[in-house]
Design a binder for this molecule. Structure first.
Ligand SMILES: Cc1cc2nc3c(=O)[nH]c(=O)nc-3n(C[C@H](O)[C@H](O)[C@H](O)COP(=O)(O)OP(=O)(O)OC[C@H]3O[C@@H](n4cnc5c(N)ncnc54)[C@H](O)[C@@H]3O)c2cc1C
Length: 566
């Protein structure tokens, strides 16, 4: 029997993974990768860190862990794969089972025959039709060339001001990279918040963190025009009329799956190329993987675009196996897990935020915010502000968000496994996790978060979010805010919204200072709201009937605070 001919279009993450897996399973197959770019297997996720100066050797983005650059010679020698760089697939003839390609450097045409074809064409940054977008000084951060350009900007050290259009994952990572280059950066986000995978009050904490650097965030405002001089960017005009002088703009308003080739070939395409659980398109001989496809959201059941490097690799692995062995393995879908570094903060989520669940029509939710330390204080523990969302009836975990100076990534990973495993808040309450002080406190923050949510579900704790408290204050509601921390902590940082300070240790003796009207609404809190919770229990035991705990405490308060000068 003739050797199987596998052709892969796209040579970044998903494509080479599919090709390498196919090779591991079949040493005889003829495997070809067609790649438009000069490089292969680019670690795009590393671009912001190359631009930001975390490392200097560009080749580290395209080499194996042992330092070998993944070029056509490497693919041929190490993997027996023909890798065609600077070659574009221009059409697929499904009847003839051929791919028409063009060599970009010579203009030469070639036709490559396949038995099985894998589409891994990725996604392209969306360029909004803003007047002046063609000016010099406006770029994206999607390709090696973009990374080279921005790295040059860093190394030359001439620019002083930049804007990043879009406050998504790539936008905030780019903001950090440019700030580290000594550039004053402004993120302009059209929506009311950055990082829309987070609920607004959690995203606001990240925004505050960015604003504490040589960077600032403008939300609810869009760039409506780029203004140039002699063809070069000079300023960006915003919807409210503001003009921001800037010499550089990085547009990061999202990516669109590259589906044209598939659509032209008559394949089923929605928001991305449609595939089944075997990564097979509507043509059984054509598979598709990575950023060019749409996948099933495992919680909503809806198709969605999940442009993540880890998924691209997992999907590539499944397709690589299936093109060789028949449809033996499945990729079930995604729960939308992601994380990013925002200066000293980590910010990420898994599953659904409260807002995303509402958008998907999932009701009957219970959610809570909690703040915990990633290690004991004596080991330099740093705070993580978390939000957990669950089904109110069954307790099934639906989502988890975490941001802060502490190791949020580990908790997001744990929560992702719990969601994938269909676990409930009750399961997490007694989860057996590893504990030693260098790694976590005795009760891991994720478990502590589950305790808070369970207390709320069981009615032991009447939680109220910072957002709800702020709304009450803004509406002039008659509430008493009780800060249960010590006076030193209060001096260091306080909400300054008319709160009353009664430290938890003094509360039992000072109950007489509280309103005689036992039905008056009292909201208790502390730094993280553990003492706040205990204060609430003391008040309830003394007949107060309308006592709440502000979830997450002062550290989760995303609005203006008074902080003592240091
Ligand atoms: C700056 C940045 C930071 C990121 N950070 C993270 C992160 O921290 N975590 C995370 O999970 N994800 C991250 N991502 C996303 C991640 O990089 C992508 O999900 C991943 O690269 C997708 O891989 P892919 O192979 O599907 O597509 P791509 O990487 O887009 O590669 C597709 C390739 O196909 C080629 N191609 C397209 N059409 C053709 C054609 N007709 N013929 C030949 N070749 C073609 C393209 O030129 C491209 O090289 C980041 C992305 C960027 C840009």
């Amino acid at each position: 029997m003739a050797d199987t001919r596998i052709v892969v279009i796209g040579g970044s993450a998903a494509g080479p993974k599919a090709a390498a897996k196919a090779r591991r399973l079949d040493q005889q197959a003829e495997i070809t990768i067609v790649q438009r770019e000069p490089e292969f297997s680019m670690a795009s996720c590393g671009y912001p860190y190359y631009v930001g100066g975390f490392f200097d050797d560009r080749n580290k983005l395209i080499c194996t862990p042992t330092g070998v650059v993944r070029d056509p010679k490497f693919f041929l020698n190490a993997k027996g794969i023909t890798a065609l760089a600077r070659t574009e697939a221009v059409a697929i003839d499904r009847g003839a089972h051929t791919v028409a390609c063009r060599r970009l450097d010579t203009g030469e045409s070639l036709s490559i025959a396949y038995d099985k074809l894998v589409l891994a064409t990725g996604a392209s940054p969306f360029m909004p039709p803003i007047p002046g977008i063609e000016l010099e000084g406006i770029t994206t951060l999607q390709s090696m060339r973009d990374a080279d350009y921005l790295r040059r900007v860093r190394d030359e050290g001439k620019l002083t001001r930049a804007i990043v259009v879009g406050g998504g994952l790539i936008g905030v990572e780019t903001c950090e990279a440019l700030e580290l280059a000594g550039i004053e950066v402004t993120i302009v986000e059209m929506l009311p918040q950055i990082l829309t995978f987070l609920d607004p009050e959690i995203a606001k904490l990240v925004e505050n963190h960015i604003n504490s650097k040589n960077a600032r965030v403008i939300t609810d405002n869009a760039v409506v025009e780029f203004i140039g001089q002699d063809g070069r960017l000079k300023a960006a005009k915003l919807a409210d009329g503001t003009e921001l002088p800037t010499e550089l703009a990085v547009v990061a308003v999202g990516v669109r799956p590259n589906t044209q080739l598939a659509a032209d070939a008559g394949l089923d395409v929605g928001r991305g190329i449609r595939i089944n659980e075997f990564m097979q398109t509507s043509d059984p001989d054509i598979y598709a993987v990575g950023d060019c496809i749409e996948v099933t959201h495992l919680l909503t059941g809806q198709p969605f675009h999940a442009p993540y490097g880890d998924l691209a690799n997992l999907e590539g692995r499944v397709a690589g196996q299936n093109v060789i062995q028949g449809n033996g393995v499945k990729f079930p879908g995604s729960i939308g897990t992601g994380v990013c570094k925002v200066f000293d903060y980590t910010a990420g989520c898994t599953g659904l935020s409260e807002a995303a669940a509402a958008r998907a029509g999932i009701g009957n939710l219970v959610a809570a915010v909690a703040t915990g330390l990633d290690r004991p204080p004596f080991m330099g523990g740093k705070p993580i502000i978390m939000k957990m969302v669950a089904d109110a009836t069954t307790g099934r975990l639906l989502g988890f968000q975490a941001v802060g100076l502490g190791d949020a990534s580990k908790r997001i990973a744990l929560a992702a496994m719990a969601i994938m495993g269909k676990q409930t808040v009750g399961d997490l309450v007694n989860a057996d996790l590893p504990y030693a002080p260098p790694y976590s406190p005795a009760v891991d923050p994720l478990i502590m978060m589950a305790h808070v949510l369970e207390n709320k579900m069981l009615g032991r704790m009447k939680g109220i979010s910072a957002g709800e408290v702020k709304a009450k204050l803004d509406a002039g509601d008659d509430i008493l805010l009780l800060d249960a921390r010590g006076p030193d902590e209060f001096e260091q940082m306080r909400l300054d919204v008319g709160e009353t300070l009664i430290p938890l240790g003094a509360l039992r003796k000072r109950l007489g200072e509280l309103p005689q009207d036992k039905a008056k609404e009292i909201v208790c809190y502390c730094k993280i709201s553990l003492r706040g919770y205990e204060a609430a229990l003391v008040l309830e035991a003394n007949g107060h009937t309308n006592v709440k705990v502000m979830e997450g405490g002062v550290l989760a308060w995303p609005y203006a605070k008074t902080v003592a000068a240091t």
